[in-house]
Design a protein around this ligand. Sequence first.
Ligand SMILES: NC(=O)c1ccc[n+]([C@@H]2O[C@H](COP(=O)([O-])OP(=O)(O)OC[C@H]3O[C@@H](n4cnc5c(N)ncnc54)[C@H](OP(=O)(O)O)[C@@H]3O)[C@@H](O)[C@H]2O)c1
Length: 259
Amino acid sequence: MSGSAGGAVALAGGNALVTGASSGIGAAAARALDGRGVRVALVGRDTAALAAIAADLSEPVVIEADLAAPGEAADTVVQAVAALGRLDIVVSNAGAGWAGPYQAMSPAELDGIIDINLRAGAHLVHAALPHLLAKGRGHIVMVGSIAGLLPVAGEAAYSASKAGLAALGEALRGELRGSGVKVSVVNPGVVDTNFFQRRNRPYDRDRPRPIPASQVADAIVDCLERGRPETVVPAWLALPVRLRGAVPNLYRLLSDRFA
Ligand SMILES: NC(=O)c1ccc[n+]([C@@H]2O[C@H](COP(=O)([O-])OP(=O)(O)OC[C@H]3O[C@@H](n4cnc5c(N)ncnc54)[C@H](OP(=O)(O)O)[C@@H]3O)[C@@H](O)[C@H]2O)c1
């Protein structure tokens, strides 16, 4: 993260911490960053999966952590800084889903969704910020969801957790203005990963068609290189987001009609 070419920040030579790097979007982001000359600390719980991803990268660091456990997100940052020497990029991506009627969730399931999707990311960013601010530069990318911008009936807790991340990102962007530290939120639609197999209910719709994780990884890299504050992948999903922002009652009418 040193120079600049054609308006894009050059990422080569930087160090990144990527959570949820053992699978799906995080693994694709780790590969994409490695391909740009970034040294990556891979974070996850599945050590075998982490080792398999790490085998394809140059000089990776592997950190095993259950980020939903109290103190683990902050401890992960400490471990990453110790291993990498310094931190330039944080990709807060670890997450999980839950689908069904809100009242059917057990209190433990509700806590689990908020803990990994919102609390872990919030603590990770909280712990990483002093390291980035001390250098006067750095970039945090949070992986939200289209469900955080267009809340989904049947995914209330998940939508709320991702809306929380979107709000955190927006507020921090204002707080950090002029500090040299940037914040981006990448909001994917439906992505072809293990996400749906791992949640309590698989994806059973024909549309929207799942996009590859590499497309989200490209959007993460694009945010880092171009300093984009927020993005939606695939791009067409920005249309309903704009509609909801501009005419919420019309959006509600249409989503009730076509949901
Ligand atoms: N797939 C989609 O359609 C979609 C759409 C919008 C947003 N997203 C978001 O994208 C992010 C990545 O999801 P994905 O699609 O790549 O799903 P995935 O393939 O299931 O990957 C989820 C990742 O999160 C990690 N993780 C989950 N709980 C964890 C915990 N307690 N501690 C540490 N790591 C944990 C997993 O690590 P371990 O397996 O090692 O525990 C795994 O690496 C999530 O935040 C998800 O909400 C996904």
